[in-house]
Design a protein around this ligand. Structure first.
Ligand code: OOG
Ligand code: NI
Length: 462
């Protein structure tokens, strides 16, 4: 069977992310309104900020802006997670990062499937935040067993999807027609099913253990629970939500608004109440489930270990100063005050080793007399215009923010508490692979760009 006409994994990812967006628009119409609002805000922001516009053109991010989004799902078993890993691999998406959300009262741990190479990220950075339920955190042993039995009976992948995953693994790719079939079949796993797999009493019992447990256990599949377009001005988008009929979350998660955006800021509209039908329903729907919502995000520069430590420290400071759920104005004022300690020029972020940059030689710039050795040498060359440094966009997630997003969309407001319980090795055993260390990926991207610059100066191809 000739391999002549394989479609690239980037192309399959783009087709899939489009199909997913299309499906979610029909499932959750408010998501369509959100996408329209974000497009409007992005256009206005680019018009008003020539520097940002130029940066987005240079980095290729302008082209990816309209197709850029992430989604999230939650699965129940190791086998489901391991098969998802294989499914996402067909689209060039690999597990990056480990997130323990038990600390935040959510009984899951997670990774993000996303492209990792510079070229694949440029083509389409579509990411899926993927959580595995931790049944061991259900304390009632009978209920735990019941949940595990229910999960063991379901099949979340279509036979055709499984066959095409195996075919792609064996052949090293998929033809154009097979890729389209794969996308349609893969989509089935993420579709919403209003028919629950359990009776009303079982749903209630699981819901009481934790609302997230009911969401994962009681349905035929891991319905996509939100999709998130990227906005260039999250405050403007947040402010625009009510006028577009969306019930916005009170606070924007993550760092405050800054001159040099760092990491990730996120907010969402509250989840919808959707009619569901339990197995013991007499007629139509006899229940309601709250899980699916819409989210927006604004991305900034990726931080080094040191930058991330400072971020975590300042955020912890803000959170310990006020009670959870306090009103928005207080929280954002505290946030801005605390983050005044976080340097806010790119020169400072670079020279203090807080953030990652991609280096390049500007067109026509001559080589320097001496190769740079230290950070200060590089800064001097940047100041002289011999080197250009572009912020590397943060492509991942933040556990405290993720917890805030989970909490605001599960419905109800009781807070559960679990022991901090990071178990990366257990997660990786379930996944059947190790997750990439996200900070190492950014460090490598920065290092690659510096090596290319050095090679260009020395006249050898990098
Ligand atoms: C995932 C929540 C995390 C984010 O953007 O931080 C997330 C979920 O609710 O399943 O998507
Ligand atoms: Ni999200």
């Amino acid at each position: 069977h000739p391999t002549a006409a394989f479609v690239s994994s980037d192309e399959i990812r783009t087709r899939f992310s489009r199909a997913m967006s299309q499906m979610y628009r029909t499932e959750v119409p408010q998501y369509g309104s959100l996408v329209a609002l974000v497009a409007e805000v992005n256009q206005q922001t680019l018009q008003a900020d020539a520097e940002l516009h130029a940066q987005m053109v240079r980095t290729g991010e302008l082209e990816r802006l309209d197709i850029e989004r992430h989604g999230a799902i939650r699965v129940g078993t190791a086998q489901e997670l391991a098969t998802l890993r294989r499914l996402f691999a067909v689209m060039g998406m690999e597990p990056v990062g480990y997130y323990d959300l038990s600390v935040a009262g959510v009984p899951v741990h997670s990774t993000a499937f996303r492209p990792v190479s510079d070229a694949a990220l440029r083509a389409n950075p579509f990411r899926v935040f993927t959580s595995l339920l931790r049944l061991e955190l259900i304390t009632d042993l009978d209920l735990r067993q019941q949940a595990s039995d229910i999960l063991a009976r379901r099949h979340i992948f279509t036979p055709r999807a499984l066959a095409l995953i195996a075919q792609s693994e064996a052949q090293g790719g998929l033809s154009d027609a097979d890729a389209n079939t794969f996308v349609q079949e893969a989509l089935e796993t993420f579709r919403w099913h209003s028919d629950a797999t359990v009776d009303a009493a079982t749903y209630d019992a699981l819901q009481k253990a934790h609302r997230l447990i009911a969401d994962v256990v009681c349905f035929k599949g891991p319905h996509i629970n939100h999709l998130t377009p990227r906005t260039l001005d999250i405050d403007a988008a947040q402010a625009g939500m009510p006028a577009h009929g969306m019930d916005a979350k009170e606070v924007v998660e993550g760092p405050p608004r800054r001159h040099c955006p760092i990491l990730l800021r996120q907010t969402s509209f509250k989840a919808l109440k959707e009619a569901i039908r339990f197995t013991d329903a007499q007629g139509d729907s006899n229940g309601a489930h709250t899980a699916r919502f819409g989210e927006i995000e604004q991305r900034g520069v990726a931080l080094t270990h040191q930058g991330r430590a400072l971020y975590d420290q300042l955020l912890a400071q803000v959170r310990s100063m006020g009670c959870a759920g306090s009103a928005a104005p207080d929280y954002s004022t505290r946030l801005e005050q605390a983050f005044a300690q976080f340097p806010d020029t790119h020169a400072q972020l670079r020279s203090q080793g807080l953030a990652f940059y991609r280096y390049s030689v500007p067109a026509g710039a001559p080589a320097p007399a001496q190769l740079p050795q230290s950070t200060a040498d590089w800064e001097a060359l940047i100041a002289q215009g011999l080197v250009h440094a572009e912020p590397i966009t943060y492509e991942d997630f933040l556990p405290v923010s993720a917890a805030g997003i989970f909490q605001s969309n599960l419905g109800g407001d009781e807070q559960k508490h679990y022991q901090a319980n990071a178990a990366q090795q257990v997660f990786e055993a379930a996944l059947g692979a190790q997750v990439h260390d996200e900070i190492a990926l950014y460090a490598q991207a920065q290092e690659r760009s510096m090596a290319q610059v050095r090679a260009a100066w020395q006249g050898v191809p990098a």
